[in-house]
Design a protein around this ligand. Structure first.
Ligand SMILES: Cc1cc2nc3c(=O)[nH]c(=O)nc-3n(C[C@H](O)[C@H](O)[C@H](O)COP(=O)(O)OP(=O)(O)OC[C@H]3O[C@@H](n4cnc5c(N)ncnc54)[C@H](O)[C@@H]3O)c2cc1C
Length: 448
């Protein structure tokens, strides 16, 4: 079986690794001419970390990432609303990892090239359209470097081409632009001194007005005694000027800084944090309404192409990684790839679509908003502002939707797991995650 994966993002590259593990030939194309380490911080929830550890990436992730230990919610004055343990500290089987998206993508790309051969990833290749019959799919690709168009025939096409997916547009030609909720996000990374535990994620303020999320993302910086802090400023803007959702769009300090004047928490001066970024990126908080089908014969959607969601709640990358494990297992386990793809859709669609909707009304955002409304000038005791039941109910609600984390949960979310090589799961016991078993060499396959 030959599979064309469109998009060398987090979802597409993980899919390539999973398909290869399952003994399936795969080639990945991406429209960019070079895979650069773009983006800022991203989070892997424990179940997604587990998938990557099972692919033999546990030690490499531990080298790069911060195993997030706690999530602390504050009001805009720095008063603590609640804190909860995360990842291993919360009893999960695997760490929750915070890391640089570009570093994660580079790690995945290097691993694909190492295991599948350099030509397994073709850059500068833009997917245009696909036609299929009962036996195969013919995809039209535009080669940007040579400025010509050619066709490639495979058994399956996986559209992992993100929010503006061309594969999805081929199946949903009348779909309109992504939906914007009126919140603009500015993002950046700043070298700073560590705050709280050095592995804490802080969420402060409220996305009703202005909210700030900050967490460290670099194990290298941590080893050197400093911290590379990823920050996201979410501001509800009064105008209806919706900017195009482009992850690389540069933002202006003067647009974001005024919203955070005077914000200062224990160990973090928010103004300094924001001003300290070499580059600020701007992105509108957009998603798309869930769709009822991701699979169309031999063509399937995966990751953001299937279920684009607000980039909050740590689920964008994590859900794409879960998709990858399931689609590979189902394709490997089915004689007819069309049945395998339908089994993938059946296993994943409902759960991922539920997260798209849950992200529109995240319980923790609701509680931050409630605190802002009830105590606009701050508070001394959170018990005077919220009842314990309010706090507990809201925290548990979101975890139930998105937080599958134990091995049993992952297997449930991930359908049948098929391993055709000897690479076994890693057993992380601490932040210094390491692979328990040596890597078994796998045969290199390329697809032309
Ligand atoms: C440049 C960039 C920066 C990002 N930065 C962040 C970040 O800082 N934090 C965060 O939480 N999330 C970020 N994201 C989004 C995040 O990566 C995804 O939400 C999540 O990882 C799911 O990944 P995905 O593989 O489905 O999509 P993506 O990671 O978006 O990858 C899609 C890939 O498809 C390629 N592609 C698009 N159209 C075509 C086409 N027609 N033909 C061939 N290839 C195509 C794109 O070049 C891209 O490499 C970023 C995405 C991108 C593309």
């Amino acid at each position: 079986m030959k599979v064309l994966v469109v998009g060398a993002g987090i979802g597409g590259l993980t899919t390539a690794l999973q398909l290869h593990e399952a003994g399936i030939d795969v080639v990945v194309i991406d429209s960019v001419t070079e895979l650069l380490p773009l983006g800022v911080g991203i989070n892997l929830l424990p179940h997604a970390t587990g998938e990557l550890c099972e692919l033999g990436l546990g030690a490499a992730l531990a080298e790069l990432a911060i195993p997030t230990a706690e999530l602390v919610h504050l009001d805009r004055f720095g008063n603590e609303i609640w804190r909860e343990p995360r990842g291993l500290a919360a009893g999960h089987d695997w760490p929750q990892y915070s890391l640089h998206r570009g570093e994660l993508q580079s790690l995945l790309a290097a691993t694909v090239r190492d295991r599948l051969g350099h030509s397994a990833i073709r850059t500068g290749m833009r997917f245009v359209q696909a036609h299929q019959d009962l036996d195969r799919v013919c995809s039209t690709i535009y080669d940007r470097t040579r400025n010509h168009t050619f066709d490639i025939t495979t058994d399956v096409v996986v559209g992992a081409d993100g929010l503006h997916s061309a594969v999805r547009a081929g199946q949903y030609p009348n779909e309109t632009a992504p939906r914007w909720n009126g919140i603009r996000m500015w993002r950046g990374v700043t070298v700073s001194k560590p705050f709280l535990t050095g592995a804490s994620m802080v969420m402060a303020g409220s996305n009703h007005t202005a909210k700030l999320v900050a967490y460290p993302i670099s194990a290298t910086a941590r080893r050197q005694g400093s911290a590379l802090i990823n920050w996201v400023a979410e501001v509800r803007v009064p105008d209806d000027r919706e900017s195009t959702a482009n992850w690389n769009r540069v933002g202006r300090l003067s647009d974001v800084l005024p919203h955070y004047r005077g914000w200062h928490f224990e160990g973090i001066d928010i103004g300094e944090l924001i001003s300290g970024s070499e580059r600020i990126l701007e992105y509108p908080m957009v998603d798309r309404d869930p769709v009822r089908r991701w699979v169309f014969g031999r063509i399937a959607l995966l990751g953001d192409a299937a279920h684009p969601m607000y980039p909050i709640g740590s689920n964008g990358g994590s859900q794409a990684i879960l998709d990858a494990g399931v689609i590979a297992a189902e394709l490997a386990g089915s004689a007819d790839p069309r049945h395998g793809l339908l089994a993938y859709e059946a296993a994943r669609l409902e759960a991922a679509n539920a997260i798209v909707l849950a992200n529109r009304d995240i319980p923790s955002d609701r509680v931050l908003r409630l605190v802002e409304e009830r105590a606009p000038q701050g508070f001394e005791r959170i018990e005077d502002v919220l009842t314990e039941d309010e706090l507990r109910a809201i925290a548990v609600g979101y975890q139930r939707t998105s937080g599958a984390s134990t091995s049993a949960d992952r297997n449930r979310a991930g359908g049948v797991r098929v391993r055709t090589t000897g690479r076994g799961p890693a057993t992380p016991t601490s932040s210094a995650t390491s692979d328990a078993e040596p890597e078994t060499p796998t045969p290199t396959t390329t697809l032309t």
